[in-house]
Structure formats: structure tokens, C-alpha cells
Write a protein that binds this ligand. Structure first.
Ligand code: ANZ
Ligand code: ZN
Length: 821
């Protein structure tokens, strides 16, 4: 063994093995029916091709890769695919700037990212690669749209929608974050437009109920639950004087019905316009127009003074016949419940603010023991005893609710009701680079679906540059030769729908397409999907907690109802990685607070970057790149590499004849790392590998020597374990050890139970120099653990009495000396 051989040179190793893996294809999932290995599906959220891979990708894909490689080592037939979410606005904006076609920018970036992924040693089955902007893919978006359409789950309706003035397109509610466009950050406006929707509300209950079977982070489930926003209450009908039709309101507090002192209709709802009295119309219209100009943020701000207009009408309280004035205001939303409310100022803060602003009466109907809200300005929403409420007097809030619902139901004045915050998913966009909606509008026949055999409806390829500039209507509208087509039904002159689909449609089912890419008879081969799905683990960012993850769950349920899949949840287990940040804040090109992945790799090598990502902490934590040490990772890799390079025993040497102490460390490491990897505690698993490396080093230098079979066993174990984290180094170690590539298929080691038996040692605990207790502890107990155990000892506490501790001296594992204050 020469010195040069023992040098760790990441660049040479990377080049060598990247080329070899291209030949070996160790990561192809097998579809061979004779392959009896159990299957696992490791899914990563597919990237948007915004440029080259960045640090965020490097983290997410390092995590997903550990999972896939672990399963491969464990002998599973693993599906670990990759593709690109390649429709979307940035490509279009780039094309406008460069006077080119969005496809040019998109596919160039995809190629760059694909090369970088290969360099990064991501264990993908490249034969399944897909791009959602390929007609072979988006054809099936269109096909699925048409199936949704047939089932009444895709429909067009007019109404108020969110409009991003910057991107010049509508947005789904899910894409409006605190009143801002999720993509560009502009303040979202309201417009009244006719748009396409998917009826996700029909699945609200199932989306809630099925969460019980998901092994997902609790905070993601909570975000989905809140977004769906199920509430229980009652619908109550009020007559309006001078109007035949009664008006229904939704309330979560029907028990407070006797405390309703006024009535409020959403100012921008058609109902307000319909019922306003002639003498109030002018004032109302001025107010309504102002409300329409408000952004969602202004509208829902709780600290803003309440505004409104009296509509000159009265509603009749159904239980006591009382006449209460009807107002219009912006704090009632047109799109929630029935767009109208009974206002109970004593027990609802918004109503109280409104009542105080306009001098409306406040009547307490639930006695909570708190001060009078009319005087304090603080509503009392809590539990209490009912007063001023006829048959409800003396009941508590929680018994009064079912009682009043019963009374209302008997009299036909109301009924129990459930409401959701969730709205239908608005999917049409007025931009070019997306899936054309496969509908043709005919004056004679109305909406006519494009027949299946005419799919895909391809994007026209003659639009480029300035043709794509946002103009409030889809750029496709300008492509006359594309838009004007004969009606498929009557043959008359008709026009294509010119909107494209939200790109979240593309990502709602791509994981199914991976199971049978290239399939031509449908979006996926049901048989293959049955084999692989649901995905065993899904890895990606928490920013998708609501958007993508909710939509994908919805799609899966619809496909289940269509009989196309036999499961109702797509992702059993979800892992959300944290962000890679720098100096305490998010990385960003504009502020220059940025670390370039390519530069990190050039400087430290792929393996060190991957190792650093995984070693920095648990996957869900943020990584501050200013606090980590890629050069420390390089040193560790060099150290572990040298251990393998120095082994002199022959492959297959019987470890049973080797040094028992080292073997014990090796097998304890196997046992612990297995459990740590299963629990996603990769950082701790790596720490264990480092300890084993030190033990092996010690054995070579001052113990059994490089020829001992136990040293080989330790080195081989390290190579296999490291193949999850630092694949290039592991592969080179494996080869140096005289084994055959690829190491990722070497098989995960199993710990020998006999070597796990831990003797204990007796630790003496002294207080002020006197022995007070004896603890049986593991020989490799950490100092901090030992200190804690000693301080927790009853005998030690008794000896300390009420004295504090000045100092603790720990000599693990044998002595702890406590110096009292
Ligand atoms: C009377 C009442 C009394 C209410 C009380 C609350 C407390 P969630 O839980 O979000 O479903 N509401 C109903 N429709 C509304 C709309 N379109 N815009 C604004 N507010 C609306 O909230 C339901 C409650 O929000 C309903 O119960 C209603 O006010 C209000 F002491 O009715 B409540
Ligand atoms: Zn027609």
C-alpha cells in the first residue's frame, strides 16, 4: 500500500464513478414479474427548472436519496424517479425578455439540472424521466380534465376572483398568501370573471377524514385542517319585509339568536344590490364600489374601523318576531356561508365593533360572568347561562345550541348545518405556458369537449417574445389560426378556450405517471400503479403544505371514485425538510445573501456537501450554511477512506476470528444506525459512523492492526452505511476493499445479537469528596448523560440538601465528583 493510494481525492473519485454508474444503472426499478423483492416507492417533490440546482435542492434531494438508497440496501425493489414541473410563468417571462419561446429556456434549464443531479449522485431511475410541458404529458391533463368535466367536477362560473395585477392572471385562493400573490408577492385584487373550477369542495369531508391514516408532520395536517375550515352550526331563515323570499344565514352560535340586534349582508353580494331600498341606493352604490376596490388584506384587517351602509330594510327575527335593521358591510364576505349574517354584538367582536360604530343596540343573551360588552367594548364569546332568550333561558350555551336547532327544525325555520372555508379550486389562467383547456365554445352548442382522439390540444408554436406579454386575456387569444376551429358537434364556426390550466394540475398526478412513463392508452397503467402506489415516502418542502399536497390528495380521491386507482391517499409518509439559509436569513439572489451549490461542490466535492447537509441537524430543521463545516466533512471522509485503504486482510476473512472489542463497536453501530435511519435521524446516524471510524483507526494504529478481520468488518460496514450519504467515497472504499461495485447493492448489514450485549460498569458518585451513590452505567455513556444521572440520584440530592451545585467533575464512565456551593 503506497501513500499516494491512501490520499482522498474527491474529484477523481466522482468522475470515475459517475461514468461507471452510467453503465451499471444500479437504480433502475424492476418491472419484471419474476422479481420477488418487495417494492418501495421513494418520491421527491419534482423541481421547477428555474436555473441550475440550488442549495435547497441539494438538501431535499440528499434526504430523499438516503431513503431510496437505504431501501435498496435493504433488498427492496425501489422506484425513485425524477421529472420536471416544467410549465409556469418564469419561463414565459424569460421568453418575453429574450424574444424567444418558453420551451427554449425551460428545456435548457432541465438539461442543466439533469446533469447536476447526475453529478450529485442522485439515485434516480432515469428511464422514467418526465416533463409536464411535453405534449405526451399534458395530453393527459386534458384527458383528466374531460373526465372531471363529465362528472361535474370541472365547471365554469362567473364571480369574484383573485387577480394578480403583476402576473396578469387569476389565482386560486390557495395561491393568495395573506393577500399577496404566492408567486410574485404583488397585492392581489378582486375581479368579476368567468373561470374554470375544480369542485374540490365536494371532497372536503373526505379530505378531512382521511387525514387520520397519514403519517405526516402534525403541522402540515393542522394547516390542511384549518384551510378546509370545517365548522358546525345552523342555517336560520329570516324574512325580509317587502320581499317574498326569506334569507338564510349561517351561524355557529344559534343559541344567541335572541341577541341578534341587526342583520348584515356582504356589500359586494348580489343580494345587497337586490334588496337595497330606493332612497338608500345612491349611498349603497358608492360604498359597494369602494369595497370592490379594497384588497383582501384591507378588508379583513381586524384593527380597521368598521364601515357599512344601512340598506333601508328590516329583517324579522324568526323566534321573537323582532324587526332588526339590515346593513351592508365589507366584514361579511360574499363567498362564505350565505353572504349574510345575523349580528349578535354582545357575543361576537366584529359585530360589537360595528354596533358601537353605528350606535346599534347590544343585548346580552349569554351570561358569562364578564362585564357588559356594551360598556367595555369586549364581546363575551364564552360559555355561560342563557338569559333574555324565551325557551332557552337557564340553559348553558352548549345545551342551548342543540335545543334551539331542534326548535328551528320543528318550525321549519332552520336546520343544523356544516360550513367549510375551502372554496372550489380555480384552475384557469390567462397565461401561455400551460396546458390548454380542451373545450371549444360554439354559439350553437355551448361548451363542447374536445374529443379524446383529438388530444393533445397542443400549444401553438408560432407565438414568442412579445406575443406572450401579459395583457389581461390569454396570449392564446391572439393566435387566430389556433383559436378558430370547427365545432366538434355541429361543425359550425367555433373557438377554442384560450385559458391554460394552473400548473398545480400538472403536479397533482405526476407521481402516477412515473409508474408507467410513456404509457399511451391513458394517463397511467392501472396495473403498474397498483404495484407501486401509494408512495411509501414523499420528501419535499413545507411550502406545499396546502397547495400541492391538498390538490394531489383531491385528485387521488377523484381517480379512486372513477375506479382508476384502488387507494384514496397518495402519500403514506411525508418528510418536510427545512430551508438552507445563510447568516440567519433566507438565501436570495436579489440581496446577494447566497451560496452557490456549484461552487460548494467544486470546492469540497459532492460527498462532503451531501454529508454536511445531512449532518447539520434533523431534516426538518433549517440549516444555516454559515454555521456548518463542509471542510470538516472532507476531513471525515478522508479519514474513513484511509481506514478502508489501509485494510490488508483478504475479502471474506472471517470476522469471528477478529478483535472482539472492535466487533462490538461495529455491531452496536449497525444496530443504532439502522434505527436512526428508519427514524430519519440522519445527523445522529452520521455521528455514530464517525465513532466507528475512530474505533477502527485506533485498532489499526494501536490495537489489532490493519490485517485483523475485525478491521475489515468495520471498514466494510462503514462503506455500506456511507453509501447512503457519501456515495462516491463509499464506492471507492468498497473497491479498495476488493469488493465489486455497486456498493449500494451490497446489502444492509445486520447486527449480531451476541455482540450487542453490553456489560455495565460501576460509576462512583461523590459529593464533597464522599461517596454517596453507585450507578450501573454503559461503558460508553456520554459525559452529559452521566452528569444528569448523578444529579438525579436520590442519595446525591439528600447529601446536597438545600445547597446548590458549584461544580461537577465527570470522568466517564467511572467517577462523578460534585462540589456543593
Ligand atoms: C352569529 C354569531 C354569534 C356568530 C356569535 C358568531 C358568534 P366560522 O366558525 O368561521 O364558520 N359569518 C357567517 N357567514 C359569514 C360571512 N359570509 N362573512 C363573515 N362572517 C360570517 O364562523 C361562522 C360565524 O361567522 C357565524 O356565526 C357568523 O357569525 C359569521 F356570538 O353568527 B355567527
Ligand atoms: Zn356547435
Amino acid at each position: 500500500m503506497t501513500g499516494a493510494d491512501e490520499n482522498y481525492d474527491p474529484r477523481t473519485i466522482q468522475d470515475k464513478w459517475q461514468a461507471r454508474w452510467e453503465e451499471l444503472k444500479p437504480f433502475a426499478a424492476s418491472e419484471d414479474p419474476a422479481d420477488e423483492r418487495p417494492r418501495k416507492y421513494a418520491l421527491d417533490m419534482f423541481p421547477y427548472p428555474s436555473g441550475d440546482l440550488h442549495m435547497g435542492h441539494a438538501e431535499a434531494f440528499a434526504i430523499g436519496d438516503v431513503v431510496a438508497r437505504y431501501w435498496l440496501q435493504k433488498g427492496f425493489n425501489v422506484l425513485h424517479p425524477i421529472g420536471w414541473d416544467s410549465f409556469g410563468l418564469p419561463a414565459e417571462n424569460a421568453a418575453i425578455k429574450r424574444n424567444s419561446h418558453p420551451a427554449e429556456w425551460t428545456y435548457t434549464n432541465i438539461d442543466t439540472q439533469a446533469e447536476s443531479f447526475k453529478r450529485y449522485a442522485a439515485s434516480f431511475d432515469w428511464s422514467r424521466r418526465l416533463h409536464t410541458s411535453d405534449p405526451e404529458y399534458y395530453r393527459w391533463n386534458q384527458w383528466l380534465f374531460l373526465r372531471f368535466y363529465e362528472r361535474g367536477l370541472a365547471y365554469r362560473k362567473g364571480g369574484q376572483v383573485n387577480w394578480c395585477p403583476n402576473d396578469q392572471t387569476v389565482l386560486a385562493n390557495e395561491q393568495v398568501v395573506n393577500g399577496h400573490c404566492e408567486r410574485c408577492g404583488a397585492v392581489v385584487e378582486k375581479r368579476v370573471l368567468t373561470q374554470w373550477y375544480f369542485k374540490i369542495t365536494e371532497y372536503a369531508d373526505r379530505l378531512l377524514a382521511d387525514m387520520a391514516e397519514l403519517e405526516w408532520p402534525e403541522r402540515v395536517l393542522l394547516m390542511q385542517r384549518n384551510w378546509i375550515g370545517r365548522s358546525e352550526g345552523a342555517d336560520v331563515t329570516f324574512q325580509i319585509e317587502g320581499r317574498a323570499e326569506p334569507i338564510t344565514v349561517y351561524t355557529t352560535r344559534p343559541d344567541t339568536l335572541y341577541g341578534a340586534t341587526f342583520f348584515v349582508v356582504a356589500a359586494d353580494a348580489p343580494l345587497a344590490d337586490e334588496i337595497v331600498a330606493p332612497e338608500q341606493r345612491a349611498e349603497f352604490e358608492t360604498y359597494r364600489d369602494a369595497v370592490r376596490r379594497e384588497t383582501e388584506i384591507e378588508r379583513l384587517a381586524t384593527d380597521k374601523e368598521k364601515t357599512g351602509v344601512f340598506l333601508g330594510r328590516y329583517a324579522i327575527n324568526p323566534v321573537n318576531g323582532e324587526r332588526i335593521p339590515v346593513w351592508a358591510s365589507d366584514y361579511v364576505l360574499a363567498e362564505y356561508g350565505h353572504g349574510a349574517i345575523m349580528a349578535v354584538p354582545a357575543h361576537d367582536q366584529r359585530d360589537l365593533d360595528f354596533a358601537r360604530r353605528f350606535g346599534l343596540p347590544v343585548r346580552v343573551v349569554v351570561h358569562t360572568g364578564e362585564a357588559d360588552p356594551g360598556e367595555t367594548g369586549a364581546a363575551t364569546p364564552g360559555e355561560g347561562e342563557l338569559v333574555n332568550s324565551g325557551p332557552l333561558d337557564g340553559l348553558t350555551k352548549s345545551t342551548a345550541i342543540p335545543r334551539i336547532v331542534e326548535i328551528l327544525e320543528e318550525k321549519g325555520l332552520g336546520k343544523a348545518a356544516v360550513n367549510y372555508r375551502l372554496r372550489d379550486w380555480l384552475i384557469s389562467r390567462q397565461r401561455f405556458w400551460g396546458t390548454p383547456i380542451p373545450i371549444i365554445h360554439c354559439d350553437a352548442c355551448g361548451e363542447v369537449p374536445v374529443p379524446d382522439d383529438q388530444l393533445p390540444v397542443r400549444l401553438p408554436d408560432n407565438l414568442r417574445g412579445a406575443d406572450l406579454a401579459p395583457k389581461g386575456v390569454s396570449p392564446l387569444a391572439a393566435a387566430a389560426d389556433w383559436v378558430n376551429v370547427p365545432c366538434p358537434k355541429c361543425g359550425g364556426a367555433a373557438k377554442r378556450d384560450t385559458d391554460t390550466m394552473d400548473t398545480f394540475v400538472d403536479s397533482s398526478w405526476y407521481f402516477l405517471r412515473y409508474c408507467s412513463p410513456g404509457y399511451e392508452d391513458g394517463p397511467f397503467d392501472a396495473e403498474k400503479v397498483r404495484r407501486w402506489m401509494p408512495a411509501d415516502q414523499y420528501t419535499g418542502g413545507v411550502e406545499h403544505a396546502i397547495l400541492h399536497l391538498l390538490y394531489a390528495r383531491f385528485f387521488t380521491k377523484v381517480l379512486y371514485d372513477m375506479g382508476l386507482v384502488d387507494f384514496t391517499e397518495p402519500f403514506k409518509r411525508l418528510v418536510n425538510q427545512g430551508q438552507v439559509i445563510l447568516n440567519g436569513s433566507a438565501m436570495s439572489k436579489t440581496t446577494g445573501n447566497l451560496v452557490d451549490l456549484g461552487e460548494q461542490i467544486a470546492e469540497y466535492g459532492v460527498d462532503a456537501v451531501r454529508l454536511t447537509m445531512l449532518f447539520s441537524g434533523p431534516p426538518e430543521d433549517d440549516i444555516d450554511w454559515a454555521d456548518v463545516s463542509p471542510s470538516g466533512s472532507v476531513k471525515f471522509l478522508a479519514r474513513v477512506f484511509r481506514v478502508a485503504a489501509e485494510v490488508t486482510s483478504a475479502p471474506g476473512a472471517d470476522p469471528a476470528t477478529g478483535d472482539v472489542e472492535l466487533r462490538k463497536v461495529t455491531h452496536r453501530t449497525i444496530d443504532e444506525v439502522t434505527r436512526l435511519v428508519e427514524a430519519h435521524r440522519y445527523n445522529v446516524a452520521i455521528a455514530r459512523m464517525m465513532e466507528l471510524t475512530s474505533a477502527a483507526r485506533k485498532a489499526i494504529d494501536t490495537g489489532a492492526g490493519a490485517g485483523d478481520p475485525a478491521v475489515r468488518e468495520a471498514a466494510e460496514t462503514l462503506a455500506v452505511m456511507l453509501s447512503l450519504v457519501a456515495p462516491y467515497t463509499a464506492e471507492e472504499m468498497w473497491e479498495r476493499l476488493g469488493r465489486t461495485a455497486p456498493v449500494v447493492k451490497a446489502g444492509w448489514p445486520t447486527a449480531e445479537p451476541a455482540l450487542l450485549v453490553q456489560e455495565s460498569v460501576t460509576c462512583v458518585v461523590q459529593v464533597a469528596g464522599k461517596v454517596r451513590d453507585r450507578l450501573e452505567v454503559s461503558p460508553d455513556i456520554a459525559e452529559s448523560d452521566l452528569e444528569r444521572l448523578a444529579l438525579e440520584s436520590e442519595k446525591v440530592r439528600a447529601a446536597l440538601g438545600d445547597r446548590g451545585v458549584r461544580k461537577v467533575v465527570v470522568r466517564a464512565p467511572k467517577i462523578v465528583n460534585i462540589v456543593p456551593a
